[in-house]
Ligand binder design. Structure first.
Ligand SMILES: Nc1nc2c(c(=O)[nH]1)N[C@H]1C(S)=C(S)[C@@H](COP(=O)(O)O)O[C@H]1N2
Ligand SMILES: [Mo]
Length: 525
């Protein structure tokens, strides 16, 4: 009996248990997916400051990577359990049950999960895992499976035992392992497919009220795309399907307008609760605002500009009456995320924070917070832009620490002035002569006054900028460069509306945003 058979038995048993959990979650979403629950647990347990390391996690692709790692680790443990179960079947069973238990406890942290259903799912997973472990290990180690002289043959070909009998034990072990393994993969894929269907886009029939005050462009400003955009320059208004997405949600919370409520709580004269219909009775405005993620590295893509449609936030706060002791406004989401910002920032008449319900003329896409989110000009997303918003809590900075603050990030975080080179791309090979160097620059909501480019650490040269469409929006910039032959370094810096140039002192994004100039090295022939 090759030692890897019991290991394979353990791997297959664990795969089947995991698949059972996913399939149950697909059919009964309130049972919760154990893999997603453990993913969330890991993200929540990360040490303060680790978001820098984990930042990639919050991109969509890397959420999948985390789940793949979790599955691989579980299968590895399954392999060890299979070997152990040859001698100590009960201990193997206890370990499988223990892992199922971790998934169960992790799932209970999700407010959308019903404990009874999660417990039933855990029971199914444990029974599937332990029972298959027992049977497969028995088959793998049974009398027919232990020919001292037979070589392991993955296709289960009919080799003969010393006694001349067909090796039935091994054949049926391999056959069963193959069938159960394949069924598990199919069940897991089906289960996750059904589970994801819940976060389908809002129904086609959903529309938004027209803004009473649509966003208008200042004289001379334009959002038309031009040939530079075609060459890779970011458009002034980022289409919804290209807009960056950052959140801790592994599956978009599914909130429907009919069930949605917005509560205003805490240090207010009277707590209030609004339905969707009540919210959209209020005046609807529209404005262009650039939002950015604090995790955005210099030169990174976690920033975007959109026309946001919604209700002025102060109007809703005034309905409840903010008490003077409140110095922090916290936006809490359907998935228990929270972002806190200074009341003074929100109350400052120079800006119009909003409860956004639309993005670029469309109802908010689910991944951007359907049906309603906060958009607060000038603050990083983690301290302002709560998606799937359900509660506005008035409190103080000393009494309440929001999601990322507990994890070490700064509690007050205005968006830093930044600029980015989009074209040419890093390491581009160019022909000598006229080269358009172009990108975007932002300093919401101070506005961008100037953008400058320097080549090989020479003098700063002023770039042409697009007419700003609002102080809270980014601008496009272009610098026509007469490129000489050789290797060159291009750098950019922006100056905000107060005349403050962006600093060259590089900092990591933790704890309050990355600083320093974006640069691109190119070779010209
Ligand atoms: N509910 C919820 N809202 C959230 C977050 C989150 O994790 N959960 N992340 C915030 C962060 S860190 C950012 S940068 C912005 C990103 O908004 P976007 O995904 O629409 O670009 O959403 C904010 N709102
Ligand atoms: Mo963010």
């Amino acid at each position: 009996m090759p030692a890897r058979w019991p290991a394979l038995a353990g791997i297959v048993a664990v795969a089947a248990a995991l698949a059972a959990g996913e399939l149950v979650a697909g059919i009964l979403p309130s049972a919760g997916s154990p893999i997603l629950a453990v993913s969330r647990l890991i993200v929540d347990l990360q040490p303060p400051g680790a978001k820098d390391i984990f930042v990639a996690l919050f991109g969509t692709a890397d959420k999948i990577a985390l789940q793949v790692i979790i599955v691989l680790v579980a299968l590895l443990v399954g392999g060890a359990v299979g070997r152990l179960a040859v001698r100590r079947l009960e201990i193997g069973g206890v370990i499988v049950a223990g892992f199922v238990g971790v998934g169960f406890v992790a799932a209970l942290r999700d407010p959308n999960v019903q404990p009874a259903l999660a417990a039933a799912s855990a029971a199914v997973q444990a029974i599937v895992g332990i029972e298959l472990l027992r049977r497969l290990v028995a088959l793998a180690t049974g009398p027919g499976a232990a020919p001292a002289t037979a070589e392991a043959s993955a296709d289960g070909e009919d080799t003969r035992r010393a006694g001349g009998m067909p090796d039935w034990g091994r054949r049926s072990f391999l056959r069963w392992s193959g069938v159960i393994g394949a069924t598990s993969v199919a069940a897991a894929v089906l289960g996750r497919g059904l589970f994801d269907r819940q976060s389908a886009p809002p129904p086609e029939s959903v529309t938004n009220p027209e803004p009473g005050e649509p966003a208008t462009l200042p004289e001379g400003a334009s959002i038309a795309t031009d040939e530079l955009t075609a060459a890779g320059l970011t458009p002034i208004v980022m289409p919804n399907d290209r807009f960056y997405r950052i959140d801790t949600a592994f599956v978009n919370p599914n909130v429907e307008r009919e069930d949605w409520r917005l509560r205003v709580t805490g240090l207010v004269d009277r707590e209030i609760e609004l339905t969707w219909d009540e919210l959209v009775q209020l005046p609807i405005i529209e404005q262009y605002v650039t939002i950015a993620c604090v995790s955005n590295e210099v030169g990174g893509g976690l920033v975007g500009n959109a026309a946001w449609t919604g209700v002025p936030l102060r109007m809703v706060l005034d309905m409840a009456g903010v008490r003077p002791e409140a110095d922090q406004l916290v936006g809490i989401s359907a998935d228990s995320f929270s972002a806190g910002m200074p009341v003074s920032w929100v109350m400052d008449e120079s800006r119009v924070p909003m409860i956004a319900i639309g993005m670029n003329g469309q109802p908010l896409p689910r991944e951007h917070g359907y049906p309603a989110r906060l958009i607060v000009p000038g603050l990083y997303g983690y301290v302002s832009a709560t998606k799937w918003l359900t509660e506005l809590r008035l409190t103080t900075f000393s009494d309440y620490q929001a999601f990322w603050i507990v994890r070490g990030w700064a509690d007050k975080a205005p968006i830093l002035t930044q600029s980015r080179i989009d074209v040419p791309r890093a390491a581009a090979r160019l022909s000598a002569g006229r080269v358009a160097v172009a990108g975007v620059a932002w300093a919401p909501d101070r506005g961008v006054q100037r953008v400058e480019v320097r080549i090989d650490e020479g003098d700063w040269r002023e770039a042409r900028i697009s007419t700003p469409i609002s102080d809270a929006s980014w601008v496009q910039w272009v610098y026509e460069w007469d490129a000489p032959v050789g290797n060159h370094r291009l750098e950019v810096r922006a100056t905000d509306g107060t005349g403050e140039p962006q600093t060259d002192r590089r900092t990591p994004s933790f704890p309050d945003g990355a600083r320093g100039y974006d640069r691109v090295d190119v070779s010209v022939a």
